[in-house]
Design a protein around this ligand. Structure first.
Ligand code: ADP
Length: 790
């Protein structure tokens, strides 16, 4: 193919397969476990479910790159995804076309590849091709007759297909060939080549099966006996059916008893037994038999009545919550109130709890503690990225590979009808043409309806009214409104450094030491070491990375001890680089000196608050404003407004030159890869531009947030608590904020409030006065702002 077209190829996620080759028009189930492949699958789900798969040359290679897979693979569509557990996903891939892997895509969390689809060669009738396909079909029949395991319906399709190219693919896909053999079939350029290749493989299969049958004959007597028995049983069944005697008495496998034992509601049992009779009447080779059996086994396993003895003992719950978690006083209070009300009301009905806050705040682990405190089991499903209603409500049984939805799967796994059921990341549920998962969730969470929850796979209603649902979310506003109405929201603000220190000392360190086979005698962390980890190796509202870094230290120490090295029993701050590598956040975000044109803004993200530096500079031009740093539309407009405000008051601020006729202004927000949006950087941008035009440096110990209007009024913004905590984390001392937001400061922990100065403002002029160093005190010559990163 010419280079030109290869340059335009679309980049797709690449999933290397250890020992499977996927053929076009064939659907294959695969189990995905490797981190990179899971990431690639996620990416595929975001991009129209398309991905490229290619077989590995060496199936034992754990972290293959593009060079380790065959250069010819298959474009697939992900038809279905089922999470088996936290680390395993079962995916149904449907082959669409052969593709040549042209060149690696962008580096990232998973492999990507620019792949070029290969057309199917035009069908040319030739005597040789006809003879070959005749011979392949004959060999295939022979292989099947000799016992190769090919499903009956597949066999029918293969025997009836008229296109020899497709027939070749189907035969190769359904036989147990070596990966290299299958790959050769996939790579064939012509029909003749493909059929010759298959014919060769089939001959080898025939030989293998002949050998196998010889071995069987040798050990045959035993087997013969068994086969006779099976045969006689089948006959017996047929005779019984003839006599109409099929019934409870002949239930050999215990399934019927198991169904009855579950004490499911009478109407449900009636339906289940009807299906059971249908199963018994089915010939054993029917492909439907396995599906129906799996369905009935699920019915027999589900906890229709099985429940743990749940109790609510409020003082005991308080003790457990306190033992498991440091701080979070308000949150614990709310949880205990919730439990107390439930106890008085006498049942679990009512709104469900929803924990909202950044990652690593202990939302999941509090869920576990609630389960412990109320004597229930704990089960968690992640709803992140779910767009298909069937994920919640299951597929109808007529659908190939149908499964129940996640709620029923979860209850089946929890083996009790009253667990604490955590719905993680409920804010990341979306809707599209595959239906709206929210509707199904609403039904599950609604106390009026959920005693009759209907799952498409189950077909019979299941009672969810005893389940204690707890949802978690990072962003309250992203939770669908209808769902939010049913929830009692409990917000988790970020932790302060002091709180993190306590959490680490009381909880994280003892836990990681134990997990790594260590104890406090062998390894201790000095408080200043923990503080150094918090400051120099993490920047987060929660403690997830802190936990990870502490675990990394323990792991390394454990390894050194195991290798017989001497390890200092007390980890000092100076030892940290040896364990964790160079410091990651040293002074990254704030300036060392007061600088012209560089301002500390404050941003709010899902992971808590963050410092957002804004830089402004000027160059010869005609008053244009250039904005860079991946800014969203709202932020761009607010920057325009800030700029217009500055232009309108420039003379008053002492800018003598008509700068809009002489310069272009460039405002940049570093960390350009991260998208940023919202109006609250207005005052920050205006201050950066004024500082740059007047040459007055900005105080480096100051951060600010607020929306600005064209007339310079400062308007209220959101996320004050998180922003203040971020400023505190970054070591800043003053925060300029809209006067109307002063009320939000009550949410900021007392310890932080004491250490910071808050400057409430109504007008932009007040911001400038508080943020800019007075002109008289300017010692250095005004210069164009420069970020330390540039
Ligand atoms: P989230 O669900 O909010 O993302 P996790 O529950 O996964 O957070 O918490 C991450 C880790 O931090 C867990 O090991 C948890 O036990 C611990 N943790 C978080 N907050 C606290 C706390 N206040 N006290 C004790 N441990 C905590």
């Amino acid at each position: 193919m010419p280079k030109k077209s290869s340059a335009k190829l679309r980049e797709l996620p690449l999933i290397p397969l250890r020992d499977t080759v996927v053929f076009p028009r064939v659907t294959v189930p695969v189990i995905v476990k490797r981190e990179k492949s899971l990431k690639a699958l996620e990416a595929a789900m975001r991009h129209g479910r398309a991905a490229v798969v290619a077989a590995q040359r060496d199936p034992d290679r754990d972290d293959p790159g593009l060079a380790d897979v065959y250069p010819l693979g298959t474009l697939v569509r992900v038809r279905e995804l089922v999470k088996q557990d936290d680390k395993t996903v079962r995916a149904l891939l449907e082959g669409e076309a052969r593709v040549r892997l042209r060149r690696p895509g962008k580096e990232g969390s998973h492999l990507t590849v620019a792949a070029e689809p290969l057309p199917v060669p035009p069908a040319k009738k030739s005597d040789r091709a006809e003879a070959l396909s005749y011979s392949v079909l004959n060999q295939f029949r022979r292989v099947v007759n000799m016992g190769a395991n090919v499903p009956f319906d597949v066999l029918l399709v293969i025997l009836n297909v008229t296109d020899p190219w497709l027939m070749g693919d189907l035969v190769a896909a359904n036989l147990e060939l070596k990966t290299a053999e299958k790959q050769a079939v996939l790579e064939a350029r012509t029909v003749e080549e493909k059929l010759t290749q298959i014919s060769r493989s089939l001959s080898r299969q025939v030989k293998l099966l002949q050998m196998a049958s010889k071995i069987q004959a040798d050990t045959g007597r035993e087997l013969d006996k068994m086969q006779r028995e099976i045969f006689l049983r089948e006959q017996l069944k047929a005779i019984e059916k003839e006599l109409g005697q099929l019934g409870a008495k002949t239930d050999g496998d215990g399934l019927r008893e198991a169904l009855v034992r579950t004490k499911m509601p009478p109407e449900t049992l009636e339906k289940a037994l009807k299906e059971y009779e249908r199963l018994r009447a089915m010939p054993s080779y029917s492909p439907e038999q396995a599906h129906l059996r799996a369905y009935l086994e699920l019915l027999a396993e589900l906890p229709w009545r099985k429940a743990d003895e749940a109790k609510i003992d409020v003082p005991e719950a308080r003790r457990i919550l306190d033992a498991d978690h440091y701080g979070l006083e308000k949150v614990k209070e709310r949880i205990l109130e919730f439990l107390a009300v439930r106890k008085l009301v006498g049942r679990m009905r009512g709104p469900i709890l929803c924990f909202v806050g950044p990652p690593g705040m202990g939302k999941t682990s509090l869920g576990r503690s609630i389960a412990r405190a109320t004597g229930r089991k704990f089960w968690r499903v992640s709803l992140g990225g779910i767009r298909d209603e069937a994920e919640i409500r299951g597929h109808r049984r007529t659908y190939v590979g149908a499964l129940p939805g996640r709620l029923i799967q979860g209850l089946n796994a929890a083996k009790t009808r009253n667990p604490v059921f955590m719905l993680d990341e409920i804010d990341k549920v979306g809707a599209d043409h595959r239906g709206d998962p929210t509707a199904a969730l609403l039904e599950a969470l609604d106390p009026e309806q959920n005693s009759q929850f209907s799952d498409h796979y189950l077909e019979v209603p299941f009672d969810l009214s005893d389940v204690m649902f707890v949802a978690t979310a990072n962003v309250l506003d992203d939770i669908p409104h209808a769902l939010r109405d049913r929830m009692e929201v409990i917000e988790f603000p970020g932790y302060t450094e002091e709180e993190k220190l306590h959490i680490a000392e009381d909880h994280l360190i003892p836990k990681t030491l134990k997990d790594n086979g260590l104890d406090a005698k062998r390894l201790k962390f000095a408080p200043e070491t923990v503080r150094a980890v918090i400051r120099l190796y993490t920047r987060e509202a929660g403690v997830r990375n802190l936990e990870r870094e502490l675990a990394a230290v323990c792991r390394k120490a454990a390894r050194r001890l195991a290798e017989g090295e001497k390890v200092q029993a007390v980890v000092a701050p100076a030892d940290l680089p040896g364990y964790l590598g160079p410091e990651r956040f040293l002074d990254q975000e704030t300036e060392v000196t007061d600088t012209v044109g560089v301002v500390n803004g404050l941003a709010w993200t899902e992971a808590g608050g963050d410092i957002l530096q804004v830089e402004a500079t000027k160059m010869a031009g005609r008053g244009n404003l250039q904005l860079t740093g991946h800014l969203g539309k709202v932020m761009q407009e607010s920057a325009q407004a800030a700029y217009s405000y500055v232009r309108s008051v420039a003379a008053r601020l002492g800018v003598k030159e008509p700068f809009h006729k002489m310069y272009d202004v460039h405002v940049h927000v570093p960390q350009g890869a991260i998208p940023k949006d919202g109006p609250s950087a207005g005052v920050t941008i205006a201050t950066a531009v004024v500082s740059m035009l007047t040459g007055r440096p900005v105080r480096r110990d100051t951060a600010m947030t607020g929306e600005v209007t064209l007339r310079g009024r400062v308007l209220e913004i959101g996320g004050v608590k998180e922003k203040v905590l971020a400023a505190h984390r970054a070591g800043l001392k003053r925060v300029i904020m809209p006067a109307r937001n002063a009320k939000d400061l009550v949410d900021v922990p007392e310890a932080v409030r004491r250490e910071m100065e808050f400057i409430p403002v109504k007008q932009m002029s007040e911001v400038l006065e508080a943020a800019l160093v007075a002109p008289a005190s300017v010692r250095q010559s005004p210069k164009t702002a420069k970020s330390k990163k540039c």
